[in-house]
Design a protein around this ligand. Structure first.
Ligand SMILES: *Cc1c(COP(=O)(O)O)cnc(C)c1O
Length: 463
């Protein structure tokens, strides 16, 4: 026995007397069948993508192919020690290297890191790269411009990275006008952060003009890539003026997520930003893969090991399963589904930016509110019919917002059933308001005090 391995008695002696257990822990005694019923019971109390439609805008809750789970749980990956030296981890390095190459091809960028573990962390890492780039040029810039339709993580990341967030207005078409950027930008501006398509589900069609303005001012342009589901195989952000972007691999490339994780926020950058990418970078020489730490301009490591490796495998499996044509079909079907729903609902709900949308659209429940039904009430009532509610009250520029993203794999029948249900709920606002404001009626719990639930969490096992 190697001398570092200690006996149980030796280990026990390390624990002070006062901290040792004196009685047996009260672990639940259950049979395998009971355990199974416990988890299945919990899973049917919860609403999830395997149980029903989940049109949560901005989150891309798409079908998660089960073959991805098989790939991510293969023993060769699961048993791989994260500190294994490169020659003993070639398979894992190969997967990461190939995924890096695919994502570069999809996005049109030159360099890429898989390390960030959330879209929000990708933003933060992107901003650190922006800072490192400007410092390298001998410039200290202080401001980052963000449109008023942006996701809340954008200004949060900007502040976390030590910049000041400056809000700019979208125009009456729901997109950013070049003149607005021109008026707001100056020599103190480090970057513009733009989501494309934006959170109204609209393509920022002025992007090339805007990129020119930003670059002429010596600033960089960052793309929040959370909505890449609409662009796969159609638009390469790296070729239309963006300097860097984060992917939300868990959204666009199908990892089950929610409740805070697990995420993967790979970032792609143009050539001139490559030296600043996080450490290490995976390299390939002949058939050998390696980790390159010798990058003096790097912003350094941003997470343990190489990010959420299992998410990377799922993204890899998804890309390999679909291929180039399949990925393009994802985007096309996402766009068709969102527009089909938009048209089915446009006579019943106000749609402030009503034109051809990308993967999602935002309607307003203002008309229903005149009868006393808020977006929140309508969202709660949807639960009674087995639908997850869309994102509500976001983006902030739409009153009583309902942000709907159906995703590409939903059938026409599901979309029609959802639209019919929403229309029936809208009727209820006029005819049976109390039923609506008291919803949900059929879920295991009714309306929650969400603030209290977040502050006073009760996560104990109860037999
Ligand atoms: C989801 C999302 C983010 C944040 O990504 P996380 O992976 O949840 O941290 C940022 N911007 C937009 C538009 C998003 O939809």
């Amino acid at each position: 026995m190697p001398k570092t391995v200690r006996s149980e008695a030796d280990l026990l002696a390390l624990i002070p007397e006062a901290h040792r257990r004196t009685d047996e822990p009260a672990l639940p005694e259950v049979t395998e069948g009971e355990l199974m019923r416990h988890y299945i019971g919990l899973s049917v109390k919860n609403h999830h993508i395997d149980r029903g439609f989940y049109p949560l805008g901005s989150c891309t809750m798409k079908y998660n192919p089960k073959v991805n789970e098989t790939a991510a749980s293969m023993p060769g990956f699961v048993a791989q020690h994260p500190l294994a030296p490169c020659p003993g981890a070639l398979g894992s390095l190969q997967i990461m290297h190939e995924l890096t190459e695919y994502l570069k091809e999809i996005s049109g960028f030159d360099g890429l890191s898989l390390q960030p573990v959330a879209g929000a962390q990708g933003e933060f890492v992107g901003l650190l790269i922006i800072r490192a780039y400007h410092l390298d040029q001998g410039n200290v810039r202080k401001k980052v411009l963000i449109p008023d339709s942006a996701h809340g993580t954008n200004p949060a990341s900007v502040v976390l990275a030590g910049y000041e967030a400056v809000q700019i207005a979208s125009n009456e078409d729901g997109i950013v006008a070049p003149e607005t950027v021109e008026a707001a930008i100056d020599e103190d501006t480090a970057a513009l952060m733009l989501t494309n398509p934006n959170t109204l589900g609209l393509f920022e069609s002025n992007i090339e003009k805007i990129a020119k303005i930003v670059h002429d001012a010596g600033a960089l342009i960052y793309m929040d890539g959370a909505n890449l589901n609409a662009a796969l195989g159609i638009v390469k952000p790296g070729k239309i003026g963006f300097d860097l972007l984060h992917f939300n691999l868990h959204k666009t490339f199908s990892t089950p997520h929610g409740g805070g994780g697990p995420g993967a926020g790979a970032i792609g950058v143009v050539k001139k930003l490559e030296p600043y990418l996080p450490l290490p970078v995976i390299t390939k020489t002949g058939a050998q893969y390696n980790l390159d730490y010798n990058r003096p301009k790097s912003i350094g490591r941003v997470h343990n090991f190489y990010g959420n490796f299992a998410n990377n495998i799922r993204a890899y499996a998804y890309i390999r399963t679909l291929g180039a044509q399949g990925l393009r079909a994802v985007a096309e079907n996402a766009i068709i589904n969102a527009n089909y729903l938009r048209v089915l609902l446009k006579d019943t709900f106000d749609i402030p930016y009503d034109r051809i949308c990308q993967h999602e659209f935002v309607l307003s429940c203002d008309r229903q509110k005149k009868h006393g039904a808020k977006a929140l009430d309508i969202a709660k009532r949807l639960l009674d019919f087995g639908f997850h509610a869309p994102t509500v009250y976001f983006p902030l520029i739409v009153h009583e917002a309902f942000m709907i993203e159906p995703t590409e794999t939903e059938s026409r029948e599901t979309l029609e059933r959802f639209a019919e249900t929403l229309i029936a709920i809208s009727d209820e606002a006029a005819t049976n308001l109390e039923n609506l404001t008291g919803a949900p009626h059929t879920t295991p719990v009714r309306r929650l005090d969400e603030t209290r639930a977040a502050r006073e969490q009760d996560v104990c096992f109860k037999g």
